[in-house]
Design a protein around this ligand. Structure first.
Ligand SMILES: Nc1ncnc2c1ncn2[C@@H]1O[C@H](COP(=O)(O)OP(=O)(O)OP(=O)(O)O)[C@@H](O)[C@H]1O
Length: 373
């Protein structure tokens, strides 16, 4: 089922929670609504569900205008963060609930309900827990039951509000993969809310990045990461180090630090955003950059080592973070308190007078030079 959202806005009293926004969701698509707390994700999801009315605009499911339709008649499945299972009902009765309360004409027979519930429990691989009560389940199991319950009435639209928010990282990851598999197998359209960028990038066909009640960018995960169209998106999609530079003699300067402009870069003052893995690290400055930093923390994180660094004799508002593969880290034997120099390979430059960034790449320049040689 496709979903068309046109010019939806919402006020709570004088506060504008959503500015007029539009969004076109394809049938069978999985859309992640990503943004910081208070950006309006849940409000938008609740408006799609029919749990909240919009001030303006309209919503269409397929060719059905559902703008003024009651939540009951929109036929969407919901899953919330806090499981919301009925405590006094068994797992099987929880899953059967949506079917058992259907109007008599639409309600399947008791045998049919029983079969459907067993099928759903098989699908979420928890058929052996049918007669347990929610208090006898783990968090991950509860959430899978909540999903089975939401799918019982075979909705064409599934809405999920931080569905895995309360679970630990490992269970979260497993459930994510499992949900994506289920989504692809059953072919429903899903919209989920998250403030976890990794979750949004891993699960979604397209990510909708929200801030302050409006949409900043809508894109496929790869495109969003490769071409953020604003500072906000760049910042929000993680681990950017910002170098504020004043241009002089083809270099950006910040007190004692400097970076040579790559070929083709405009001679403008601005901010260079560099992702944590886009650096060379050395014990001396290079011809391209003189960016001295002091190591203040060393944290091994999975396949990489994250160094936290503070500038020496130049200014940055935030601690810098640089991710190195273990091999590169071991080769250099960096220690806390040590001074090191970083050289950017690529970055996004936001001139002070520009909204859109320019992608800069010193690496391709190097490749070109090598080719010429
Ligand atoms: N019923 C309400 N009455 C008044 N203000 C509300 C109401 N619901 C939401 N808001 C406000 O609207 C804004 C958007 O809230 P919303 O819950 O949509 O944000 P969110 O992006 O989902 O945030 P979070 O990630 O914290 O859940 C917030 O500032 C919130 O305080």
């Amino acid at each position: 089922m496709s979903i068309l959202i046109e010019n939806i806005s919402k006020h709570f009293g004088h506060f504008q929670a959503l500015s007029p926004l539009s969004l076109d969701i394809n049938e069978g698509e999985m859309i992640g609504l990503l943004g910081p707390s208070g950006s309006g994700k849940t409000t938008l999801l609740r408006i799609i569900a029919g749990l909240e009315g919009a001030d303006t605009g309209h919503i269409q499911f397929g060719d059905r205008d559902v703008t003024n339709l009651h939540v009951r008649d929109r036929r969407v499945g919901f899953v919330f963060q806090n499981y919301a299972l009925f405590r006094h009902m068994t797992v099987a009765d929880n899953v059967a609930f949506g079917l058992a309360v259907l109007p008599r004409k639409e309600r399947p027979s008791p045998t049919e309900i029983k079969n459907r519930v067993m099928h759903l429990l098989e699908m979420v691989q928890l058929e052996h827990l049918a007669s347990r009560f929610p208090s006898q389940l783990s968090g991950g199991q509860k959430q899978r039951i909540a999903l089975a319950r939401a799918l019982a009435t075979q909705p064409e639209v599934l809405l999920l509000d931080e569905p895995f928010g309360a679970l630990d990282a490992k269970v979260r990851k497993e459930l994510r993969r499992w949900l994506r598999g289920l989504h692809d197998e059953l072919g429903f359209t899903s919209v989920f809310v998250t403030h976890d960028q990794e979750e949004a990038l891993e699960l979604s066909d397209r990510v909708v990045v929200m801030s302050n009640g409006h949409i900043e960018q809508i894109d496929q995960p790869g495109a969003l990461y490769a071409s953020p169209n604003s500072r906000f998106v760049f910042d929000f999609l993680g681990n950017a180090n910002v170098f504020e530079g004043k241009v002089e003699n083809n270099k950006w300067h910040n007190q004692q630090a400097s970076i040579v402009l790559p070929n083709g870069a405009e001679q403008k003052d601005g901010q260079l955003y560099i992702r944590s893995h886009e650096f060379f690290v050395s014990k001396e400055p290079t011809a391209q950059a003189n960016l001295p930093l002091r190591v203040i923390a060393i944290n091994p994180i999975g396949a990489e080592v994250r160094l936290e660094l503070t500038p020496i004799d130049w200014q940055s508002n935030d601690v810098w973070e640089i991710d190195l593969p273990h091999k590169a880290f071991d080769k250099n034997c960096f220690e806390k308190g040590q001074t090191l120099y970083v050289t950017p390979k690529a970055g996004y430059f936001f001139a002070h007078d520009a909204q859109q960034p320019v992608l800069l790449n010193w690496e391709t320049e190097k490749a070109k030079t090598t080719e010429k040689a």
